[in-house]
Design a protein around this ligand. Structure first.
Ligand code: ZN
Length: 420
């Protein structure tokens, strides 16, 4: 069949009985995946690892994507909508007015749900610097959410970071990365620690990287004042991620290239980028993409409570933050304090402002972070056998549908007047 250049988002037909979820399921009680018949999403522009298939189709069978639909399977027309894999956010502190560092469980679930509405079907919950006992306690609570499948894991950002590059972290609570203390946190996470951001040049930094690597936890270099040479050492010790490259680290200098050059040039490193138009100049993003290539970039949100919620006063850990025009800054000192980004906006910006190929954007939002988390066999691409985690976007890259493990979080077929 020839490729069809249909960019209109024509109204899709109805879903089969039993295969629909509500547009706004309660986060604690999502509608179970349908046990109904497999169905076909037809006419979508499917972004696969091998390229874009115009006028393509996706078969959804329960919680999974299937290769073939049985004869007579219902067909849902979704002509002109992009179908991309659900987004994977490695670094996210909150949303919907809720903080993953301090919110009650129901608030944390609301924050997760807020990001799901924007296409993030897999999320690692990030904490900010706190005292060790508080963080260990928090790790216990978040590990339960990971066990239930609400989050993919826990990311500890701080307290093992540099006071010189502290960003929006409390200076008095920062400490050197003592491996015994790092161990205490990952133990408190009961196997659910995904990543620890640390300033590897501090005393104990390299031993802590080795400890994390031995335990299968991603060691992320960030909030660091390291030199180029110190960064190379940390990569040799087993670090594999750059926490929001460019932000909270020394800038690239021609005599003193610092961590940025080391992180960009090494094939073992995936670089996180916050593509909200505030944290990075578009030229910096291009530089990272050209050096690291589309395979080594992960678009993160680094979102805080105001994401998907609105301007106002918030707390980021113990620090007060003012959000104005969607930009979060510490009340004291004015440092940027996380973002209000959602991954659908990062997608739209990457395609329309940065002019990146859609396949590269999908890699940075889904495949690469899924690989880092060791989940690429289940998520990160729209291949048969994987979870039915699908985002449907219209021609303007606005979210029209979100399917998570076969359940509609945002139902593009809801509210239609065809009596479904
Ligand atoms: Zn962060």
């Amino acid at each position: 069949m020839p490729a069809q250049q249909d960019t209109s988002a024509s109204a899709p037909s109805s879903l089969p009985e039993g295969a629909r979820g509500s547009a706004r399921p309660a986060p604690t009680h999502p509608r179970p995946p349908s046990a109904a018949r497999p169905y076909v999403l037809e006419g979508v522009r499917v972004v696969l690892p091998t390229g874009v298939v115009d006028n393509g189709r996706l078969v959804v069978d329960g919680t999974r994507i299937a290769e073939h639909a049985p004869a007579g399977a219902p067909v849902l027309a979704a002509h002109g909508l992009w179908a991309v894999p659900g987004f994977v956010d490695l670094h996210n502190h909150g949303g919907g007015g809720a903080s993953f560092t301090s919110g009650a469980v129901e608030d944390v679930l609301r924050g997760i749900h807020t990001h799901r509405l924007h296409g993030t079907t897999t999320l690692v919950a990030s904490t900010v610097t706190g005292d060790m006992d508080g963080l260990a306690h928090r790790a216990g609570l978040l590990s339960e959410l990971a066990e239930q499948g609400d989050i993919a894991g826990i990311h500890f950002e701080g307290p093992f970071i540099s006071p010189c590059r502290k960003g929006a972290h409390s200076e008095e609570l920062l400490r050197d990365p003592d491996p015994a203390e790092v161990r205490k946190l990952i133990d408190a996470a009961r196997g659910r620690a995904s990543m620890v951001t640390l300033a590897t040049e501090l005393p104990g930094g390299l031993d802590s990287v080795r400890l994390l690597a031995e335990h299968g936890v991603l060691a992320a270099i960030g909030h660091t004042d390291a030199t180029y040479e110190q960064t190379v050492q940390a990569i040799e010790a087993g670090a594999t991620v750059a926490t929001h490259l460019f932000n909270a680290m020394p800038p690239l200098g021609h005599r003193d290239p610092g961590p940025i050059a080391a992180l960009l040039e090494d094939e073992r490193i995936t670089v996180e980028l916050i593509n909200d138009g505030t944290h990075l100049h578009p030229a910096a993003l291009q530089l990272a993409f050209r050096h690291a290539g589309a395979e080594r970039v992960a678009f993160i949100t680094d979102a805080m409570d105001a994401a998907g919620f609105g301007d106002g006063r918030y707390m980021l850990g113990p620090l007060e933050v003012e959000v104005a025009d969607g930009v979060a800054r510490l009340v004291e000192g004015g440092s940027i304090a996380g973002s209000t980004l959602t991954q659908d906006r990062a997608f739209e910006r990457a395609v329309t402002v940065d002019r990146l190929p859609v396949e590269s954007v999908v890699a940075a939002l889904s495949a690469n972070p899924a690989r880092l988390l060791g989940l690429y066999d289940r998520i990160g691409s729209l291949e048969p056998g994987k979870d039915a985690d699908v985002v449907l976007l219209d021609a303007d890259f606005t979210v029209r549908g979100v399917l998570r493990k076969g359940t509609w979080v945002v139902d593009p077929f809801a509210g239609r007047a065809d009596g479904r």
